[in-house]
Write a protein that binds this ligand. Structure first.
Ligand code: NDP
Length: 480
């Protein structure tokens, strides 16, 4: 029997007002396994009214007490972490080791990290001859968080925790494609001690409930992570009411490999950066720029390493590469592989759907895929595919590598592999992206600013930046 997911409104699990649900698939099997509320503006009105009622008392609750509830929620998730990890893998198709060691681990860390934040540290004082001033950071009111399907609970909690810690009441919308772990979290909110209305979780389609959130006059800020076209639509809609927005969007991230790099470390780093989570991490590299003098040797080693990735049932221990998230997304990725061929690319590895026999025979598996001979300006090297794809591009020198790296509309992240500390520092400064890793990939310190430039977003997340986003700053001045 499929599981029926419910909204969480005003402290209670609640069916959608319309009574309408839709099915969601298990990507590894292609079979429906859960029913999701098809929420609409009527559900949103109930949730916003509950959040407005809860706001005055929640705002007045000392930050330390709000943080204690986040830490309690982290503990409750930790007690059920294996169930959460299994659910994330069923819902998303990602291998269990990733759900355990990245998604659920980080979700717990997000709640703890923001739950222990010092809000007073955000305030400043200014002393002048005739006046002294100080700033206060105060909650905004009712805010919304909208999160994507690739790192479902990780990104949901990455937004939920600072919004609550800062004293806001939240309308949270997880992706319709991966609603399960947000639903499981909502089942723990009362036990953690959150008052009714402080957190409301609405499930449903972006086109209906998402648009209703953007248009709602009482939602004062939206923190969104997802694709650039959706981000643009939210930005335009939110502008009509001067809502505050934080947008974490897509990428077309480059990894630069110089001839002086530690070769084996670079090969391992590049393979991880291209194929982790079936290439469905906003930080994954789809463009691998390799210094010409080591191009052939690097290509051979990279293809060999990627060939060894174990593709299979995400729920089987030892699987390294699971299913992509949906049939539509698999088809989109495969259509990009066709485009790469049309654009004259040479296929070095993969390039097709993989049939995994047994219970997963109808699953949405796509092979780790590597192409070469594609100009940096062609569509496959300009558009985000968000799948297990790497295109190898040779470069002659540092200046050309930087020009290619910067030659897309995106600017989320980049990695540089080099044996020269000076070059690492120089190239990091020259690349137009919000994050640059030197001799590593996706090493995350949750306190550091996180976000993209250009079409990869507006604003930054991370400890201080997220708390700043979810608060209004007030300056108080008195004469001496
Ligand atoms: P989408 O933009 O399709 O969806 C993201 C969220 O927005 C989902 O909850 C979606 O709901 C919702 N949504 C869709 N349409 C609207 C709308 N009109 N108004 C309001 N909300 C809406 O992104 P994906 O889920 O496909 O996620 C993949 C994308 O996210 C990639 O581009 C990736 O690069 C980016 N991403 C960026 C990150 C970053 O930090 N910069 C991190 C992770 C991913 P529903 O699913 O129900 O349609």
């Amino acid at each position: 029997m499929p599981v029926t997911i419910q909204n969480f409104i005003d402290g209670a699990l609640t069916a959608p007002q319309s009574g309408a649900y839709f099915d969601t698939d298990e990507p590894a099997t292609g079979k429906p396994y859960a029913r999701v509320p098809d929420s609409d503006a009527a559900d949103l009105d109930l949730a916003v009214a509950a959040a407005q009622r809860a706001f005055p008392a929640w705002k007045a609750t000392p930050a330390k007490e709000r943080g204690a509830l986040l830490i309690k929620l982290a503990e409750l998730i930790e007690q059920k972490k294996e169930a959460f990890a299994q659910a994330e893998s069923v819902d998303n198709g990602k291998p269990l080791y990733l759900s355990r060691d990245v998604d659920i681990f980080r979700a717990i860390a997000n709640l703890r990290n923001f739950g222990s934040a010092d809000l007073d540290a955000l305030n400043q004082t200014f002393e002048k001859d005739t006046s002294s001033s100080y700033t206060l950071r105060q909650p905004i009111g009712v805010v919304s968080i909208i999160s994507p399907w690739n790192l479902p609970l990780l990104l949901f909690t990455w937004k939920l925790a600072p919004a609550l810690m800062a004293g806001n009441c939240v309308i949270a919308k997880p992706s319709e494609i991966t609603p399960m772990t947000a639903y499981m979290l909502s089942e723990l909110l009362n036990e953690a001690g959150f008052p009714p209305g402080v957190v409301n979780v609405l499930h449903g389609k972006g086109a209906s409930i998402g648009n209703a959130i953007t248009a709602h006059p009482h939602i004062k800020a939206i923190s969104f992570t997802g694709g650039t076209p959706t981000g643009l639509a939210i930005y335009q809609g939110a502008a009509k009411q001067l809502k505050k927005v934080s947008l974490e969007l897509g990428g077309k991230n480059p990894t630069l490999v110089f001839a002086d790099a530690d070769f084996d470390k670079a090969v391992a780093g590049v393979v991880a950066s291209a194929f982790t989570n079936q290439g469905q991490v906003c930080l994954c590299s789809e463009r691998i720029l390799i210094e010409a003098s080591i191009y052939e040797k690097f290509k051979t080693a990279m293809v060999e390493k990627a060939r060894q990735i174990t593709i299979g049932d995400p729920l089987v221990e030892g699987t390294q590469h699971g299913a992509t998230v949906s049939k539509a997304h698999m088809e989109k990725i495969l259509s990009y592989f066709d485009l790469a061929v049309e654009e004259g690319g040479t296929l070095l590895l993969g390039g097709k759907r993989r049939i995994v026999e047994g219970r997963c025979k109808d699953g949405y598996f796509v092979e780790p895929t590597i192409f070469e001979n594609l100009a940096p300006t062609c569509r496959i090297n300009q558009e985000e595919v968000f799948g297990p794809l790497a295109v190898l591009i040779p470069f002659a020198d540092e200046a050309e590598a930087i020009a290619i790296a910067n030659g897309t509309p995106f600017g989320l992240s980049a990695s540089v592999f080099t044996g020269s500390a000076e070059r690492g520092t120089r190239v990091a400064a020259a690349i137009d992206s919000g994050i640059v890793w030197i001799n590593c990939w996706n090493v995350r310190d949750l306190d550091t600013p996180f976000g993209g430039m250009k079409h990869s977003g507006i604003g930054r997340e991370g400890k201080q930046r997220a708390l700043e986003f979810f608060t209004e700053e007030k300056t108080v001045t008195k004469l001496k």
